[in-house]
Design a protein around this ligand. Structure first.
Ligand SMILES: [Ca+2]
Ligand SMILES: [Ca+2]
Ligand SMILES: [Zn+2]
Ligand SMILES: [Zn+2]
Length: 506
């Protein structure tokens, strides 16, 4: 029964067999090879000895808490055009969980345009008896946010709109519940089910708890998983994936893993919008022995926000992004063009560029200089500090080996010698000639967002907006996306980083 329900084998069509003259007595033999094969593949996928026999280990695996959405598609749980809605009476046409439950004008099946803004709410008749209403809403809001953090999707809790305008209705129930065709099985085993671009039901016979609790089933984790189905993801038999069919208690904070992000971004794309600038910032620190150590973190600026990518931990700092005005005192509060760190034996200068001006940043006091020790006042015009260079610029890059600053604008780059404080003769040149690609042909050519040297990877990187992403699906440019301000990890969302050579290095 388990194997049929979760799509490991086809259901037995007794009436068809009878029509073909199969008698009751031969049925078990008739069905046996199919059943054994299904059992074997279930055992294999669950890391059990592949015996083809319903042994203790297999029974145990089948009794584990799990999601009600089938693991495999069979002809019987293919999408059907109708049903599965709210209080509607149970009907034979209700599609199986995991399939499309509604096909309205805005929500076609998988091939139609993908929605970017979805409304949800917990049904008034469907609150859990175990958690406070506030907690349920809070947890679900958090669960939706985990998906909106890695896609251009936005989810809005709507308590007022009429039911037909709510894309995702969520509810808790026991046994026969909420007019659903699928009956819950009491405590244990199935804990929830969901429909693609449809509703989510939780089995309230389960012990649902807040994410802080160590016992019971985390509603957050289950909700993130079921929302994954609503958004079109199937089960994935992969350790670490939120889309594993069985409930696995999680030790630390819940995060989507890399495969989950890749899978959802394949359907909905990544956040559009480019970074104004990306750079490694070197922070001088003193260890316990009083020795100087350097730490390199990568910063991503977008509009008035920034993220810090901690190279040692390989992820963005938790809680980012932060407003620029909070983390970088005194620089323009949004839309910086570029950053450069001029770093030689006698110079250690960090500059921000915006428009025709630039600002000097005081690393030790963590704020912008209004006047440095030489009496230079800031902001200054770029043409004053760098004769021959005119702002605005796209980005700047400083090469530590020859003390050259490269100013990028459009398809061209201009070299400026910091020792002589002069523009080099014969420039500007074409970017692609000065910075050829590591992989032939793989070059953004011009209009770059940022060029920077990564200390942790010892390579020059170019950043350019979402064009050329390795995503199959592209959302229409007009879609009202969020600005993706809340992504924790910008390196998952955006651009390809293109590694280039610096010709003077070769
Ligand atoms: Ca159950
Ligand atoms: Ca820029
Ligand atoms: Zn599932
Ligand atoms: Zn249901």
């Amino acid at each position: 029964e388990y194997l049929v329900k979760y799509g490991w084998t086809k259901p037995v069509r007794w009436e068809l067999l009878a029509f073909r003259g199969v008698t009751e007595e031969v049925r078990p033999q008739e069905m046996k090879p199919q059943y054994v094969n299904a059992l074997r593949s279930f055992q294999k996928a669950n890391g059990l000895p592949v015996t083809g026999i319903l042994d203790m280990a297999t029974t145990d695996a089948m009794n584990k808490p799990r999601c009600g959405v089938p693991d495999h598609k069979t002809p019987d749980n293919e999408p059907e055009p109708d049903g599965g809605e709210g209080r509607a009476p149970p009907s034979r046409t209700t599609p199986a969980p995991g399939t499309v439950s509604k096909a309205g004008p805005t929500h076609g099946p998988t091939t139609g345009p993908t929605p970017t803004r979805l409304k949800w709410r917990i049904l008034a008749e469907g609150y859990s008896s175990q958690l406070s209403v506030e907690d349920q809403r809070l947890i679900l809001r958090l669960a939706f946010r985990m998906w909106s953090e890695v896609t251009p999707l936005t989810f809005q809790e709507d308590l007022l709109a009429s039911g037909s305008h709510i894309d995702i209705k969520l509810g808790f129930g026991t046994k026969r519940h909420l007019g659903c065709s699928q009956v819950f099985d009491g405590t244990g085993r199935e804990y929830a089910h969901a429909w693609r671009l449809g509703n989510i039901h939780f089995d309230d016979d389960e012990h649902f708890v807040a994410p802080t609790s160590t016992e019971g089933i985390s509603l957050l984790k289950v909700a993130v998983h079921e929302i994954g189905h609503v958004l079109g993801l199937p089960h994935m038999q992969r350790a670490g994936s939120i889309m594993q069919p069985n409930y696995i208690p999680h030790a630390s904070t819940l995060e989507l893993d890399w495969e989950d992000r890749k899978a959802i971004q394949k359907i909905y794309g990544v956040c559009k919008g480019n970074f104004n600038t990306v750079f490694d910032w070197v922070r001088r620190e003193y260890n316990q022995l009083g020795e100087v150590t350097y730490r390199y973190n990568t910063y991503f600026f977008r509009k008035s926000w920034y993220w810090m990518y901690e190279n040692r931990k390989n992820r963005t700092r938790y809680g980012d992004p932060i407003p620029l005005s909070v983390g970088w005192r005194g620089i323009p509060p949004s839309n910086l063009d570029a950053f450069v760190h001029i770093w030689t034996w006698n110079k250690d200068t960090t500059l921000f560029f915006k428009g025709t001006q630039y600002w000097r940043y005081d690393n030790d006091n963590d704020r912008v200089y209004t006047e440095d020790w030489k009496g230079n006042r800031y902001p200054k015009l770029i043409t004053q500090g760098f004769p021959g260079i005119e702002g605005p610029i796209d980005t700047v890059f400083f090469n530590k080996r020859d003390h050259i600053i490269y100013f990028f604008k459009g398809y061209n780059v201009t070299a400026f010698n910091t020792d002589q404080n002069a523009r080099l003769d014969g420039w500007p040149k074409r970017i692609v000639d000065v910075f050829p690609p590591v992989v032939p042909g793989d070059h953004p050519l011009g209009n770059l967002d940022s060029v920077y040297f990564s200390y942790s990877l010892s390579a020059v990187f170019m950043f350019k907006d979402a064009e050329g992403l390795d995503s199959d699906t592209r959302l229409p440019a007009s879609s009202p996306w969020s600005q993706c301000q809340f992504q924790r990890d910008p390196t998952y969302l955006l651009p390809r980083r293109i590694v280039v050579f610096l010709t003077s290095d070769r």
